[in-house]
Design a protein. Structure first.
Length: 340
């Protein structure tokens, strides 16, 4: 291959591959429209020359940056990792790059990050949950930047969502607990303020209690940040109650792992002395001792479908379709039948 002085250009790649510059552009931007042999030849020339497409020129031509922003509440645990990985993989197949930010569950930081991503040219945004000020959605509409919500499903929300019913999912788990003979239950919840997923999980528990004629006001609920230490401290407090709960339902698996750790510290047998359940079914739920009974959330399916729908919104091939995904209770050894 002829040595090229300076940064290689699109013309250089085209000459090296023996194709037109238009074919090179198609290979780089929409490879599905080019036959495999030609694409391979072009991509080999791109690699050998060390060619990097001119991002600015692409933006000017397409009037978009091919960048999607995602703002998640936390990067400190694995709650969002699997879904976000699938989201990124699907975006990659469609030629988009992902920028990720974390709000630390603070709405004022989320708003700052939304504005920052929009100012950097994000074509669309993935947001977690629906609970935020209407002014934020007003701002996105004025900027003509579509948004899609995930990890929560709400058919009548202002923006489309790809997710699941947190209320239905927790209700199903709570009913499983009650059918196992547990009527003296308690819950360790995430902080509900500004978090519709946490609120809906508490709501789901209360629906199940009412269905089985258990007064929700008699059920202790402790709110704490989604941290192992928070789950441990809340569990310790619940174990001081009289009568002591026979099952502690946790708002996610991280809290449940904290509860399990504290149970071991207190010398309690799980599930012999008290049962513990989680929510999310992250990998951690399967490797703790005992493995957690929890709600299985279809993280990868959710991430993949969220990417597809958000790209459809960006490219104006859809007005926005909400998709409700199904969860199920994954039964493991941390929940036992109550023999009392």
């Amino acid at each position: 291959m002829t040595e090229i002085k300076g940064a290689p250009t699109l013309d250089d790649v085209a000459k090296a591959a023996g194709v037109s510059t238009a074919t090179v552009s198609r290979c780089l931007n929409s490879s599905g429209r080019v036959v495999a042999a030609t694409r391979d030849r072009v991509m080999r020339a791109v690699s050998e020359l060390g060619y990097t497409p001119n991002f600015g020129a692409r933006v000017m031509a397409a009037k978009r940056t091919y960048t999607i922003g995602a703002i998640i509440p936390t990067m400190e645990n694995a709650i969002f990792a699997r879904g976000l990985q699938a989201f990124q993989e699907e975006l990659h197949t469609k030629g988009y790059t992902l920028l990720v930010a974390s709000s630390a569950y603070r709405p004022e930081i989320e708003e700052e990050q939304i504005r920052a991503l929009v100012s950097r040219g994000a074509d669309g945004l993935l947001l977690i949950g629906h609970d935020r000020a209407a002014s934020i959605y007003d701002y996105l509409e004025r900027q003509n930047v579509p948004a899609l919500v995930s990890w929560s499903y709400q058919s009548d929300a202002r923006v489309p969502s790809v997710g699941f019913s947190n209320s239905d999912a927790m209700q199903e788990l709570a009913e499983e607990v009650i059918r196992a003979g547990h009527r003296n239950v308690a819950m360790i919840s995430g902080i509900c303020e500004g978090n519709d997923r946490a609120k809906m999980r508490v709501q789901g528990l209360k629906k199940a209690l009412k269905q089985y004629d258990i007064n929700p006001d008699d059920v202790p609920i402790i709110e704490t940040p989604y941290e192992i230490d928070g789950g441990a401290a809340a569990f310790a407090s619940l174990m001081e109650l009289t009568p002591r709960p026979t099952t502690v339902l946790c708002g996610n698996d991280v809290l449940a792992v904290g509860a399990l750790r504290k149970a071991h510290d207190l010398g309690l047998d799980i599930p012999g002395d008290v049962s513990i359940t989680g929510f999310d079914d992250i990998e951690l739920a399967q490797i703790v001792n005992p493995p957690l009974t929890t709600v299985h959330v279809p993280h990868r399916e959710m991430g993949c479908k969220a990417a597809c729908e958000l790209v459809n919104l960006v490219e104006k091939t859809s007005d926005g379709k909400s998709i409700k995904l199904q969860t199920f209770v994954s039964k493991r050894n941390s929940l036992a039948r109550n023999q009392n």
